[in-house]
Design a protein around this ligand. Structure first.
Ligand code: NAD
Length: 490
């Protein structure tokens, strides 16, 4: 029995009813583990376990729930090194980034544990004497969490931590290609004393396990991070049972650089934001709008800085760029790039598969930089999610904002300028859920990670992210001994 051939349901490790599935290392294509493959019945059993466990968990004082969460945070920090290595092994991001991800995974628990004394309600004056009306926040009940492959540890925490402090029980399904970090973390949850059934990690495919979880009539919230097509499917499924959904979907972030910007800062930020995690971040710099006065200077520096990125074994501290997560993802990015070139894009930096890969058998793709694109080309409109970026010359701020806003996505947008009025106009006019001025991501725990349009309804993090895990209850507390209606002045 390997460490990963069972999943965590109701506090027990159970083998997958549908057998196992190999998980591949993107760096060399080798099989890392055979992972439990669940089925629809197991998904339902996990929901049952969550429903049974939730009332006792909710009945604990929030500080008691927080104590368990602080223990989880401590255990994640104690296990930071093996967990970061596991993230690299199953997902392929460079180890330095994986360490950051794991630090974030711990911080989510610390941050949300701090809400133990801060989940507030409101009291309103009644229209009748001797009566109070108050609105309190209560747990929603059972949460289903569905996550993608690009942050296999941090996204577990992003869903589990707010669920726990709110007093809910959760069933979380990691992506079938990157389930190892979630299963590793399940062992830490058990060690920290999470009661049976309060957190369940089920593994398996989206179209069986994921579909069964999200179609369950007795769940109270679906929080999903992933692609737009899956998000739409989940929303449709949930609508049959009127279950609320919070969807964090794709992005097509514009990065605008004005002629007065600090060029060094803009270039370094644009490189980081495009190429971190091999371009596989929902808030990545996906299209660049550069003002014409600095276009040539910016392009020279951007190409040079990109060329200097070190592609290599992601386990090495010296590596900037690891492999793509999978062959299908690599082929998708190749296809998008070839179509752009066929449609007339000019290649400023030729990417593609390296002649001599850093490690044989991996999903290697060198950075590509394109210019000569039009705003209506698919490369400027569709999410790339890889190490390829188009640059477009714009005449002025207004043109940049107009192209930025002309997108079916609306997650994050970046602006580099030192002009106060442009900054304020961007804040006012850019229609995205996150606007970054003179910096790029990552987003902050206390912010609200939310997208407009096809980037999905809902959001994560901060007080507003937590609010999705709570519902409101209005209480009319009358102590007059008479009907309040008779006492009302109108
Ligand atoms: P995906 O939609 O293919 O998969 C996401 C999850 O949904 C997986 O766990 C999958 O098994 C599950 N799933 C698939 N079909 C399902 C179904 N019918 N019912 C229930 N669950 C189902 O996405 P992906 O390829 O893993 O992730 C990449 C996408 O995620 C990109 O578009 C990226 O922008 C987006 N993303 C968004 C954010 C954000 O916060 N907005 C963060 C990270 C990634």
């Amino acid at each position: 029995m390997s460490d990963y051939d069972s999943m965590w349901i109701d506090g027990a490790w159970v083998p997958g009813a549908a057998g196992t599935r190999p998980v591949l290392n993107p760096t060399d294509g080798s099989v890392i583990a055979e992972v439990a493959e669940g089925d629809a019945d197991q998904a339902l059993r996990a929901i049952d376990a969550a429903r049974r466990a939730q009332p006792a968990w909710a009945a604990l004082a929030p500080v008691e729930r927080a104590a368990v969460m602080h223990r989880i945070a401590g255990l994640i920090r104690d296990h930071a090194d093996p967990l970061a290595r596991l993230v690299v092994t199953e997902q392929g991001k460079p180890i330095a980034e994986a360490r950051g991800e794991v630090a974030g995974a711990a911080e989510f628990f610390t941050y949300f544990a701090e809400f133990a004394r801060r989940i507030q309600g409101e009291i309103f004056p009644s229209d009748a004497p001797d009566e109070q009306i108050w609105i309190q926040r209560v747990p929603v009940g059972v949460v289903v969490g569905i996550i993608p492959w690009n942050y296999p540890a941090a996204l577990v925490s992003r869903k589990v931590a707010p669920s726990m402090i709110a007093g809910n029980a959760i069933v979380l399904k990691p992506h079938e290609e990157t389930p190892l970090s979630a299963l590793y973390m399940a062992r830490l949850f058990a060690q920290a004393g999470v009661p049976d059934g309060v957190v369940n990690i089920v593994t398996g495919p989206g179209d069986t396990v994921g579909a069964a979880l999200t179609a369950h009539p007795e769940i109270d919230l679906i929080t999903m991070t992933g692609s737009v097509p899956t998000g739409k499917r989940i929303m449709q499924t949930a609508s049959a049972n009127l279950v609320p959904v919070s969807l964090e979907l794709g992005g097509k972030a514009p990065l605008i650089v004005m002629d007065d910007a600090d060029l060094d800062l803009a270039v370094a930020s644009a490189v980081t934001s495009r190429f971190m995690n091999c371009g596989q971040v929902c808030i990545c710099n996906e299209r660049m709008l550069i003002q014409e006065g600095i276009f040539d200077a910016f392009v020279d520096r951007f190409v040079e800085a990109t060329r200097a990125l070190r592609m290599g074994d992601p386990m090495l501290d010296t590596t900037d760029l690891g492999p793509k997560v999978s062959q299908p993802e690599l082929e998708k990015v190749e296809r998008i790039t070839q179509e752009a070139v066929a449609a007339g894009a000019e290649v400023l930096l030729q990417g593609g598969r390296p002649d001599t890969p850093p490690v044989a058998g991996g999903n290697w793709l060198k950075p590509t930089i394109l210019a000569g694109v039009r705003a209506d080309m698919p490369i400027m409109r569709d999410e790339i999610f890889g190490p390829v970026v188009p640059l477009m010359k714009v005449a002025d701020f207004d043109e940049a904002v107009s192209i930025a806003n002309d997108s079916r996505y609306g997650l994050s947008a970046y602006l580099f300028t030192n002009d106060f009025s442009r900054i304020m106009r961007a804040v006012q006019d850019v229609r995205f859920g996150e606007v970054y001025i003179n910096r790029v991501g990552p987003e902050a725990l206390q912010g609200y990670h939310t997208g407009y349009r096809n980037s999905g309804p809902g959001g994560d993090d901060g007080i507003h992210g937590l609010d999705a895990y709570l519902r409101k209850k209005t209480v009319y507390a009358n102590y007059s001994g008479r009907s309040p209606v008779a006492l009302m002045p109108w």
